[in-house]
Structures are given as C-alpha cells and as structure tokens.
Design a protein around this ligand. Structure first.
Ligand code: ATP
Length: 365
C-alpha cells in the first residue's frame, strides 16, 4: 500500500482515558466499572466473547451511548457527555454503512460537506484519502459496484478524511472472506501506524487482535479481565478465562509441593514439573490450575525442562504441523502441537514430553 499523503499525518496524537465507566440497560450491566488508558497513537483492541460489552464501550467512546457512571477524556478534555459530532472521531461499522445512491467520492466527501469544507480542499482531501486506501480509480463508482473489501476501504477513507483525533472500528473485517481479512489486517495496521491516529478496534476474533494490536483488553461480562501487549496476554494469562479465550491451552490441576529459588515444584495430573514462581502467594500444599499451551510441550529436551511421560492416543496431521493427544497414567490427557520435522509419533507410542518452567502458567482462578 502506498504511503499516505502528508495531510493525513497526525502529529497531535490523542490519549483516551476511561475511568470507572459503567453502562446499565435495565438490569443488565453491559459495562461494569472499566478503567483503561489508551496511549496516544496506539492501535488498541477491545476483545471478548459476544455480549461482553465491547461494542457498548466503543459506542460510549464515540458518544452514541451515554455512560451510567464514570468518565471518558481525550487528552485533558472530558468528553463523557459530549455528542458524537463534537468529539472528532471517525467510525467504521461492521456493515460499512455507505450511502448506496452516492458515488465513492461523494461518500468520502460527505463528512467534509457537513463540516462546510470548501469545494477545492474537499476535492483534494477526498483524492488523498482514496489514494491512501488504494481506491483512487474507483472514485466514480457506486458502492454496489464494489467488492466487500473495496467497500471496507471506502469506509476507512470516509472515516479518515475528516482527520479524526480517534479512529473507532467495530468488527470491521467480519463481512470479508478469510483471505481478504488477512490482507486488510495488515493494511489497517499500516494505515493506523502511518497516520498516528489513536485507534480502538473491537473484535471477538482473538487471532485478529493478537496479530494486529499494540495492546489489548480482554473483557468478560462487562468487566476488564486483563490488559497488555498480545504476547504478554498469550504467554502470561492471569485467569483461566483469558488463557482459554486466547488460543488453545491445556488446563491441568496441580498441587504446589515446594519452592526452589525462583521456581515452584508442582505435582500435576501429568507428572511432576517446575514452574516459574508466579507473583502473589504460593501456599505450599495449595491446589491450583496451571495452563500449558500445546506448542509448549516439546519432544526435544532443554537443560531446564521438566519431563513427563505418557502414551500417544491420537494423531492429527495438519500439513505443516501435527497435533497429538497424549494420555497419562491417572487418565488425564493433553494436546500437543509440533512442527513436522523428523519422525512423527504414532498412536500407542510411549513419549517423553519436555516443558520449560516459563511455559507453565499458574492461574489465579
Ligand atoms: P457482540 O460481539 O455480540 O456484538 P458485545 O461484546 O459487543 O457483543 P454489547 O453489544 O456491548 O456486547 O452488549 C453487552 C450486553 O448489553 C449484552 O448483554 C446485550 O444484550 C446488552 N445490550 C446492549 N445494548 C443494549 C440495549 N440497547 N438495550 C438492552 N440491552 C443491551
């Protein structure tokens, strides 16, 4: 994608502060006391299952929904009860919401007309916005003459042309096919980073969030579960919910049997292992659940790895990798995944699995 014209470079980046925000619809607490600070210029994701409150939170940032409690500010300006048209945000909806009777150029120009921008400037800014999403040559088409991906680009250009302080994206890729979704992920990220616009992106697709976000917040039942960069949330989930929501994991019951420097020893349902000492209390003899990702079980040993032995129960060949289900003497099973290099195990084989202490996460609930 080509670089944006200088008029789309935002030097004044905006920080969004969400403090104690809540929204009730009757007896439903859609958002329940959320505190988040979104850094200036950040591509920030709100992630969670259907009904967790992410769209309600985005709509409160946009000004379409008034909070029941709490405060939202853009830099030092309190915008909690400011109407949407006074907030200088650009929004892209799941459905694109383009006007069907207007051309692409007219759709993109709409926000500038409302703001009474003169015709010559309008023309120049519409052309630059369409170029920035590689849609310059489609300016005179109507939306129904475009593919889904092209309509999505127009929706982005329309949001960006008004030079918003904040860009808000509500499941923007969910109507596209899988291949186009992958392409658009990269484009949206590049667009956000090259403009420097603080962007809040709502999705229930954890892969989209993990691959695009600077930082992300996982919500459940209107409450913030965990906030941080993708790698931190994936590798160090604090709760069972976050561990399971962000990709596949093995949840294994365990008892803390001792402490050894910066590690704890665990008696688990698959054998004895050592894990990195978690923050907080680790009462000896306490029952915990630990999370081990399928790719963390490896066939090759490392000096610090723990070893557990089991029997291969099932094998699924996935082209570049193989999934195995491994059973242990007490009846517990785990899933493993490994790249297809060298010899693959077969059902009935005894196998030794190695797992490093830092790949075993002791969950807080
Ligand atoms: P989805 O991914 O399905 O869009 P979401 O995480 O965006 O879900 P919200 O749309 O924010 O969730 O809804 C959160 C909760 O608030 C849900 O229980 C929903 O039914 C409820 N809710 C949302 N809007 C309203 C409304 N206008 N009136 C009543 N309840 C609402």
């Amino acid at each position: 994608m080509q670089l944006l014209s200088p008029c789309y470079r935002h030097v004044d980046m905006t920080c969004i502060r969400i403090e104690g925000i809540a929204k009730r619809f009757g007896s439903t607490a859609a958002v329940d006391g959320v505190d988040i600070e979104i850094h200036a210029g950040e591509l920030f994701f709100l992630l969670g299952p259907s009904g967790c409150g992410k769209t309600t939170l985005l709509r409160m940032i946009a000004g379409f929904i008034e909070p029941s409690a709490g405060r939202i500010s853009f830099d030092d300006a309190d915008v909690t009860v400011l109407p949407p048209n006074k907030r200088n945000t650009g929004m892209v909806f799941q459905s694109y919401a383009l006007w069907p009777h207007m051309t692409v150029a007219e759709n993109v120009a709409y926000g500038l007309r409302v703001r009474k921008v003169d015709a010559a400037t309008r023309k120049q800014r519409v052309a630059a916005a369409l170029e920035s999403v590689q849609m310059g040559e489609y300016a005179q088409r109507k939306p129904n003459q475009l593919s889904g991906g092209q309509q999505q680009r127009v929706a982005l250009a329309r949001a960006l042309v008004v030079e918003p302080q904040v860009l808000l994206l509500d499941e923007p890729l969910s109507n596209l096919d899988a291949k186009l979704r992958l392409e658009m992920r990269q484009e949206i990220r590049r667009l956000c980073k090259s403009t420097g616009i603080t962007t809040v992106y709502v999705t229930h697709d954890q892969e989209e969030a993990l691959s695009m976000a600077d930082r992300m917040a996982v919500l459940k039942s209107g409450k913030l579960q965990q906030l941080g960069p993708p790698q931190e949330l994936y590798n160090q989930p604090r709760t069972r919910f976050v561990a399971e929501f962000l990709g596949e994991t093995n949840l294994i019951p365990a008892t803390i049997s001792g402490r050894d420097g910066d590690q704890v020893r665990l008696e688990t349902a698959v054998g004895e292992v050592s894990a990195k000492l978690p923050g907080g209390d680790v009462p000896e003899g306490g029952n915990v659940t630990c999370s081990i990702r399928p790719e963390s079980f490896r066939l090759d040993p490392t000096p610090e790895a723990s070893v557990v032995s089991g029997e291969v129960k099932d094998i699924v060949f996935l082209g570049d990798s193989t999934q195995a289900v491994v059973g242990f003497s007490g009846g517990h099973t785990v899933r493993t995944v490994s790249l297809n290099q060298g010899q693959r195990p077969s059902p009935g084989d005894q196998t030794r699995l190695h797992v490093d202490p830092q790949d075993i996460v002791i969950l807080s609930d």
